[in-house]
Design a binder for this molecule. Sequence first.
Ligand SMILES: NC(=O)c1ccc[n+]([C@@H]2O[C@H](COP(=O)([O-])OP(=O)(O)OC[C@H]3O[C@@H](n4cnc5c(N)ncnc54)[C@H](O)[C@@H]3O)[C@@H](O)[C@H]2O)c1
Length: 338
Amino acid sequence: MKFLVTGGAGFIGSNFIRLLLRERKDSEIVNLDKLTYAGNIENLRDVEGDRRYTFVKGDICDREVVEAAADGADLIINFAAESHVDRSINEPGSFIRTDVFGAYTLLETARKYDCGFVQISTDEVYGSISEGSFFENSMLSPSSPYSSSKAAAELLAKSYFTTYGLPVLVTRSSNNFGPFQHPEKLIPLFITNAMENKPLPVYGDGQQVRDWLYVIDNCRAILAVIDRGKSGEVYNIGAGNELTNLQITEMILAGLHKPSSLIKFVKDRPGHDKRYSVEAAKIRQLGWHPEYEFGKALSETIGWYRGNAGWWQRLKSGEFLEYYKRHYHERHGLGDAA
Ligand SMILES: NC(=O)c1ccc[n+]([C@@H]2O[C@H](COP(=O)([O-])OP(=O)(O)OC[C@H]3O[C@@H](n4cnc5c(N)ncnc54)[C@H](O)[C@@H]3O)[C@@H](O)[C@H]2O)c1
């Protein structure tokens, strides 16, 4: 089977490609990635020599590039996105372009070649819920330009199923963590800041609840959806590991034997959702269940960042540092703490 994976040089995409190559011997993979600040060719250095794997540097908004990369593909799996909520608040335009127009370009290409399409969406499209959990048919009420652009993309994908009969699947997973996640995201930012004895900037009162999912469990869930999901359907993916941001911060500090004096409460993010929670019964009916125990996965993740300091130190310099200082540190009085 031939896959076009977009955004495969990012966090989840690179873990997914590695899993696919390991578990599906007959797979052929083209990874199309623009290599934005979030994409990193090093994430897949270990599989570069695999003759089943090809990397193409390109933009999912570029129809010509997408059509060339998708030629002969049976399935397009769209991980490519601008994915950081804070950045979407500061610069929404690139989110509309990549997340919405890019999805449209891929869908048109899937239609041209008559191949399947998987849209990797997010639980953030539902918005916040104070009690209970969202089902796949709950109303979408995204709060940020990021989650709104993701909602638009998946609605567009579903419309291609309804209107053109294109085989479309959508996954909505909760917050992922694990190896190769860019250090701008909460868990790697806090692990790496703690390792450097720098402040851990916790938004507001730190009582925002997220349901944490180990990235390999998410990748396995995506495979289950590809193998056994029903065309036109949406699948929530969550492991039921609900924790407040403050709890996760304390666990990271404990895992690294660092003091809680590193916690620094900062002004809350505008439009910050209080709690995300998805009901994952539908994906469990496909035979999927999370395999990783949360505490163990978190300590393995901490171990990975400890063992790969060169990887994240490079990412915490250059563009990231400039961005971070401009939009974050100066606003929150964190000095030079990136
Ligand atoms: N990380 C999470 O917790 C999470 C949770 C639910 C859903 N998701 C979704 O999963 C997908 C992957 O997330 P991630 O955390 O791996 O993101 P990421 O930011 O680590 O990776 C995104 C990748 O997309 C590439 N990209 C960006 N714009 C592109 C463009 N125009 N053309 C081609 N490539 C482009 C980047 O170079 C990068 O490699 C995203 O669609 C995201 O919305 C992520």
